[in-house]
Ligand binder design. Structure first.
Ligand code: SF4
Length: 296
């Protein structure tokens, strides 16, 4: 809303208002336009060309709080139709973040055995239509209790089986079809492994696809500021000690991509990822209960 436009925005068509919840998504999608100013985003440079405008519009449709405005009223249809957006091979970013999951990223895996939606985007008809065209959703993997957003609507739309850990089930998760209770890894299929990772929450889990893509929820993310993998003590709601143990168990697996709920993605070789994971564990062990903040 223009009346709430932040004074930190540079003049022009695009702006961020004071309802921004600092989820970081616009800065990931259109870094040429959006950056952090204080503890919220702002427009530091107006788009200079059609590509920049398209990226800013993708940020606008993804923003979980509708905090991005466009005085030029550029047509957003192409940006709406950009999602799900291919990241690599058959892995897509869904855009359309939900405020109830604090702007968490969600992903779609398109596979012949049935597509998997990892965590939940905001439910919108255009996105549902595009996902239907890609084969729909057979399973929804819910990493933990915070990032479930519109899971009921998505599951109902596609008759999808939702998978979640028992220890994160609350009132808003009634009807979850597949509730896991063990803390051992579970093979969902030949290419899908569920790895329980208690720490951020008690029932947090990550999903490994094809020993290549790690859907990490809020367990692990990439930090641009330290150029390495990072876990945040500040948002560890259950147990830091358990989160370190869960991180150590991940050393048993190969993966080349880290695709988090919050924070930056990363793509490195499996060997580089393992070294970054070791470094992350070393840093985690050096952090006491007073915590340490590392920005994206
Ligand atoms: S996407 Fe929206 S809520 Fe998230 S940082 Fe940008 S303006 Fe703020």
């Amino acid at each position: 809303m223009i009346a709430l436009s932040r004074p930190e925005n540079v003049a022009g068509d695009f702006y961020v208002d004071t309802t921004c919840i600092d989820c970081d998504l616009c800065r990931q999608i259109a870094p040429e336009t959006f950056s952090r100013a204080g503890d919220q985003s702002a427009v530091h440079s107006q788009p200079q060309n059609p590509e920049g405008e398209f990226a800013a519009l993708k940020a606008l449709v993804t923003c979980p709080t509708a905090s991005i405005g466009d005085l030029g009223r550029h047509p957003a249809r192409r940006a709406v139709e950009a999602y799900p957006e291919l990241i690599d091979d058959e892995v897509y970013f869904c855009g359309f973040a939900a405020e109830s999951s604090y702007g968490a990223s969600s992903y779609l895996i398109v596979r012949p055995e049935g597509n998997v939606l990892v965590d939940s985007p905001r439910y919108t008809r255009p996105l549902a239509k595009r996902i239907a065209a890609l084969g729909g959703v057979s399973r929804m993997f819910l990493t933990h209790q915070d990032d479930v957003a519109d899971h009921k609507t998505w599951a109902g739309r596609f008759q999808a089986e939702r998978i979640m850990h028992r220890d994160d089930i609350g009132r808003s998760h009634a009807g979850i079809e597949n509730i896991l209770s063990a803390f051992d890894p579970v093979r969902l299929d030949h290419d899908l492994t569920v790895i329980p990772t208690p720490g951020h929450t008690r029932g947090h889990m990550v999903l490994l696809y094809r020993d290549r893509y790690l859907f990490a929820g809020d367990h692990l993310r990439w930090s641009d500021s330290i150029q390495s993998l990072h876990a945040s003590r500040d948002v560890c709601w259950y147990s830091w000690t358990e989160q370190i143990r869960s991180m150590e168990r991940l050393l048993d697996y190969d993966f080349e991509w880290v695709l988090p709920g919050h924070g930056r993605r990363a793509h490195r070789t499996a060997g580089e990822m393992r070294q970054h994971l070791r470094d992350c564990i070393t840093r985690m062990k050096s952090i006491d209960d007073s915590g340490l903040t590392i920005d994206d």
